[in-house]
Design a protein around this ligand. Structure first.
Ligand code: GLA
Length: 693
């Protein structure tokens, strides 16, 4: 087959050009980017003699890590997929059981056939309507009469060309989630992956790789085991592939069945900041549940860091009363209200009221509503304590291996969500609590990782994928059944912060670490690919419960503005001056939240700067700007805002007039003098509004 004209999938500021020119066709030939300043870059990805295919198969003459590995019934695993044809698509959609992005625009589906295993493979690449970015997904159908086993199926493969790619990954652990790291890959292969069942705090599925002039940002719409690998060879070829982790993976596909890879999203830009701002728009418009897109979340107070497990009805009501007086709109009762839960050793799975503590959860919820606030509640639906009625009745619901002592984390086990009866139990128990309490907010926690996986019904290589399919089923059913409830994802802090969760829940708790200095790093990493509205950020008390560092209330608030701001402390214990300050902060939030929520966020200094963070919130009409500045460095730093009108006049910080030209040239001078008292974080923050006259 010969085809001269390149096929193009174009986004707003970039294009992917494909060639169809031989037996290994099609190939990605070029990516082009036009940045917002109007400069055009292009990165030739196959200007060498080698072909750069969009899929790669093991067992042939390609020795880089393959994107595809299928074991045939005869035991062989030498891929024989041959390209057949392509179809141009409009608004591609797929019957995949996994969540998918919306608003797809023009794209191409490439069809391949393997006559040995009798299978078809379809690779779909789509642009988005009016949004920068691309979607990649792959499906394989068994068209034969014998089953085969999919050992690996990446969602996206990019073969690029360049030396020493720079890889940006988001790594961490509990309380240190999504710390940004840069690795220069001079040779060999780097893998960014998770094997613990969840997308994890160890390595987030989001990564950015710079090859030549261009940055390639990749994320998966998936919450389980993922893997992105970046490999360089001696001929300056850089292969990036991303998708399900193939570690211990193996999915048996029966005749006539189709297997779907998770969708991968790709952003191409000439800057890291460009990747971040494109992902912000893509996630807002194509991933988040549409009904929450313009909905402003209520200002909430959460009970956890204020009282942990020790509370009774009177205590919660007194906290709620104070919170209301400060301006709160929602009060959230966190862990400790169910079964006989006094600490983390019992009761998960017993989703009924601990009346001794709550005095009746339905009436407690009513009393809070009577104060004029919404009521929110915490659950951990996927977990089970061995000390629970649920475990005593249904030990087989737990994720354990028969006759083996299971590993416990936080004294608990997970439920085996691959079982239909467990899925039903999860849906019923969450529905039961929402019906009983009429809560308008639910924090869905998940406090441990997988261990002891076992099933007598299917091969274990399918376990993680099947768990995710059922988790998404539960989330889909519940969010459709309770469309007015605001669900917040959480996972022992932010250990499952990903686009799979965000496809159903519009916000996720970023980390149990609420220290503002730690949060700046966690939130910077998160903002690389997730919009601020998705990142829940709470102002807590000082010294911080995790780091024991002290910080100023104003700094804690400024840092929380980089996400979805709320409070998590005991409001009955505030000093008079803190009370006054929090009241003012909440007035500020109420006044500015429409602006904050509708703005686009831009990072003004390098993502690699470890001492200073400078962000710009820009209103949709480009007339209002909030500069948020945070530093641990002494000295003066000039900041030039983006997207100003050089011929316009701006009111800076409500009093000083400056021309757009001056602001772009000289900028605003931020004085980095760090206040010493009560500030062992050694942090200084400043907020400055600019208003075009
Ligand atoms: C996790 C969450 C916290 C809190 C506790 C309750 O750690 O991240 O916010 O809800 O569980 O046990």
């Amino acid at each position: 087959m010969k085809e001269q004209k390149p096929l193009v999938v174009s986004s707003l500021r970039s294009s992917l050009l494909f060639s169809i020119d031989g037996k290994d066709a099609p190939t990605l030939s070029t990516t082009k980017v036009q940045n917002y300043k109007g400069i055009t870059f292009s990165s030739a990805s196959s200007n060498d003699q080698n072909t750069h295919p969009l899929i790669s198969q093991f067992g042939r003459m390609d020795y880089l890590l393959p994107s595809l590995l299928i074991e045939a019934e005869d035991g062989s695993y030498s891929g024989r997929f041959v390209f057949q044809h392509y179809e141009e698509t409009d608004s591609f959609s797929s019957p995949s059981p996994l969540p998918a992005s919306r608003r797809k625009g023009k794209g191409i589906s490439f069809y391949y056939v393997d006559d040995h295993i009798h299978a078809t493979l379809v690779l779909n690449i789509s642009s988005f309507l009016g949004i920068e970015g691309y979607s990649f997904s792959v499906s394989v159908k068994n068209c034969g009469k014998k089953p085969f086993c999919i050992r690996k199926l990446s969602s996206l493969q990019l073969d690029l060309y360049g030396d020493s790619p720079e890889v940006y990954s988001l790594d961490g652990a509990w309380a240190r989630e999504r710390t940004l790291h840069k690795t220069v890959l001079n040779g060999g292969r780097m893998e960014i992956d998770s094997r613990c069942g969840a997308s994890s705090s160890f390595h987030n599925p989001l990564s950015v790789t710079k090859v030549g002039d261009l940055f390639y940002g990749i994320n998966l719409i998936y919450s389980g085991n993922h893997k992105t690998s970046i490999e360089v060879d001696s001929f300056s070829r850089v292969r990036i592939e991303s998708g399900l982790n193939d570690f211990e993976f193996g999915y048996t596909l029966n005749p006539q069945d189709t297997f779907y890879s998770p969708e991968a999203l790709l952003e191409v830009s000439d800057t890291m900041e460009g990747i971040s701002s494109s992902f912000e728009k893509l996630v807002n418009n194509a991933i988040l549940p549409p009904r929450f897109k313009d909905a402003i979340p209520p200002i909430l107070f959460n009970s956890w860091e204020g009282v942990y497990f020790s509370f009774d009805k009177e205590k919660i009501l007194s906290m709620a009363k104070e919170a209301k007086d400060l301006g709160a709109e929602l009060f959230v009762l966190d862990d400790g209200w169910f079964g006989h839960r006094e600490d983390d050793s019992s009761s998960l799975g017993d989703w009924y009221d601990n009346e001794k503590k709550t005095g009746g959860i339905a009436s407690l919820a009513n009393s809070i509503r009577d104060m004029g606030m919404g009521f929110g509640i915490w659950m951990e639906p996927e977990s089970i304590s061995e000390d629970s009625d649920l475990y005593r009745k249904h030990p087989e619901y737990a994720m354990t291996i028969p006759k083996l002592e299971p590993d416990r984390q936080r004294n608990q086990l997970l439920l085996d969500l691959t079982k239909k009866e467990v899925l039903d139990y999860v849906i019923e128990s969450v529905s039961g609590i929402l019906d009983l309490t009429k809560a308008t907010y639910l924090k869905w926690d998940y406090n441990r990782n997988f261990s002891d996986i076992y099933s007598s019904s299917f091969p274990l290589g399918e376990y993680g994928y099947r768990y995710m399919v059922n988790l998404y089923k539960a989330m889909d059913v519940l969010t459709k059944k309770y469309p007015d409830v605001l669900f917040e994802g959480c996972a022992g802090g932010g250990s499952r912060f990903d686009l799979g969760i965000l496809s159903y829940f519009p916000q996720i708790w970023a980390s149990d670490n609420t220290d503002p200095l730690s949060r700046l790093s966690i939130q910077k990493g998160t903002l690389l690919g997730y919009p601020p509205s998705t990142i829940t950020c709470h102002v807590s008390s000082s010294p911080n419960g995790n780091t024991h560092r002290t910080s100023l209330l104003s700094d804690r608030f400024a840092v929380a503005l980089l996400g979805n701001a709320g409070y998590e402390l005991d409001p009955t214990k505030l000093s008079l001056s803190d009370r006054k300050e929090i009241k003012e902060q909440i007035c500020f939030l109420k006044r500015e939240r429409q602006f904050l929520h509708s703005s686009s966020l831009y990072r003004l200094n390098s993502f690699e700067d470890k001492e200073t963070d400078i962000y710009e919130f820009l209103s949709p009409d480009n007339k209002r700007i909030l500069l948020l500045f945070a530093t641990t460095k002494e000295g003066k730093i000039p900041v030039s805002p983006l997207f100003l009108d050089p011929s316009g006049t701006y009111l800076v910080a409500g009093n000083k007039e400056m021309s757009g030209k001056d602001l772009m040239g000289k900028g605003i001078l931020f004085d980095g003098k760090i206040p010493k008292d009560g500030n062992s974080c050694h942090l200084k923050t400043r907020l400055v509004f600019l208003q075009k006259k």
